[in-house]
Write a protein that binds this ligand. Sequence first.
Ligand SMILES: Cc1cc2nc3c(=O)[nH]c(=O)nc-3n(C[C@H](O)[C@H](O)[C@H](O)COP(=O)(O)OP(=O)(O)OC[C@H]3O[C@@H](n4cnc5c(N)ncnc54)[C@H](O)[C@@H]3O)c2cc1C
Length: 441
Amino acid sequence: MAQPLRLIESSPKLPARTDVVVIGGGIIGVFAGYHLARRGMSVAVVEKGRIGAEQSSRNWGWCRQQNRDARELPMATRSLELWEQFAADTGEDTGFSRCGLFYLSNDEAELDRWARWRDFAKTAGVTTHMLSSSEATQRGQATGRPWKGGAFSPTDGTADPSKAAPAVAAALMKLGGSVHQQCAARGLELEGGRVSGVVTEAGTIKTRIVVHAGGAWASSFCRQLCIRFPAATVRQSIVRVPPVKQRLPDTLHTARVSITRRGDGSYTLAISGRGRVDPTPQLLRFAPQFVPMFAKRWRNVFPGGLEGIRGGHETLSRWRLDAPTPMERMRVLDPRPDAAAVRQTYRRAVELLPALGEGGIADTWAGFIDSTPDGVPVIGEVPQIPGFILAAGFSGHGFGIGPGAGHLIADLVTGAPPIFDPAALRHERFGGSAWGQVADF
Ligand SMILES: Cc1cc2nc3c(=O)[nH]c(=O)nc-3n(C[C@H](O)[C@H](O)[C@H](O)COP(=O)(O)OP(=O)(O)OC[C@H]3O[C@@H](n4cnc5c(N)ncnc54)[C@H](O)[C@@H]3O)c2cc1C
């Protein structure tokens, strides 16, 4: 694991019974657990590896409304408020700030798309500014070149992926919840068709509600329960460079490369949307559903290699509850970065902002982004198994919207009015008309 990540201690003992068990200690699982614990429910989070060690510590840290799909925008807006409220309520540091997100372009078609999104966002009460050529060039002066235009979303921001999930897990433990690392959930116990317990490698926890927030592993887990959850993973690579002397923008997206200033002053560099698809049995199974998605994004997505097979997260095999499972064989999905993408990302970033080349490359890493065919997550109870709530398939956006997703999950569990309408996120959509409705961004 190359990416920095705060380590937290596990709770001493697995409880025999809780109101809710959360499977998966990424940003979604810990925020779900936190919001449930705030409402007085007893919660255990079981994590097969380390809190936050998969996607939730490998991302850029962007918490954005800018260019969000209409189905996700309300969750993005509420999440920004909840990031702030979390810090105020707990004193825990997630590194969140509303530093604004900054976009530059020389492509008229792209600028038109952003302007159309700005008009739509206005109807949802979200402010974003289109920048004229002189404004974009002025704001982007660190690049030392003129720009046709840009966009700036002042109320968006970033949080620090090396701190956020562990901070939320720590807060959840202070509220009385428990967190169990190196503790894979192997499967469920059912009584009369509804959830009655979770079988983990360390013992069984009796419960009537399970939240599955297992990220890239969710689809294969669902398969054990005869639940069809179409998902595919794309491997994206990241470069980190050390702090530099010149003051650069906190965030900057261009079509060629994007940069993000991290909490320690270093920078994360990446090419937006660029990734490799590593063939796996699960990918072949769901390939027909992903045709519209890959057709839309083919310019940036390339065939991969054996990393998916090595990960084991997309196996079609069935596993037993009394023997080690693929999750115990791969505690942390840590795929190899794509060497070509790393070279290209670094070269483009230094071309754009030469100061980023001062200290060379500090680290590189990769992560598997779990995506649904329509590019928005599933959050909701799966009707087939009462008590089983699926929260996965965050399609590259889950970090920023983690707080809102966690709040919504707590609403669904407790029967409170939902923080936003979850209808578009239901699992049942895959049985019907979702084919082809790929999120725009
Ligand atoms: C390179 C990259 C850049 C990204 N950039 C951004 C960004 O800028 N902004 C943004 O909003 N999003 C971004 N994302 C997406 C974001 O990181 C994810 O959507 C989000 O972290 C998903 O959180 P999660 O909790 O669902 O999954 P994860 O963080 O992957 O966590 C799932 C956890 O479940 C555990 N688990 C799985 N199965 C079991 C089991 N059976 N028992 C116990 N534990 C289990 C795993 O070990 C894992 O820790 C990016 C992702 C990547 C890879």
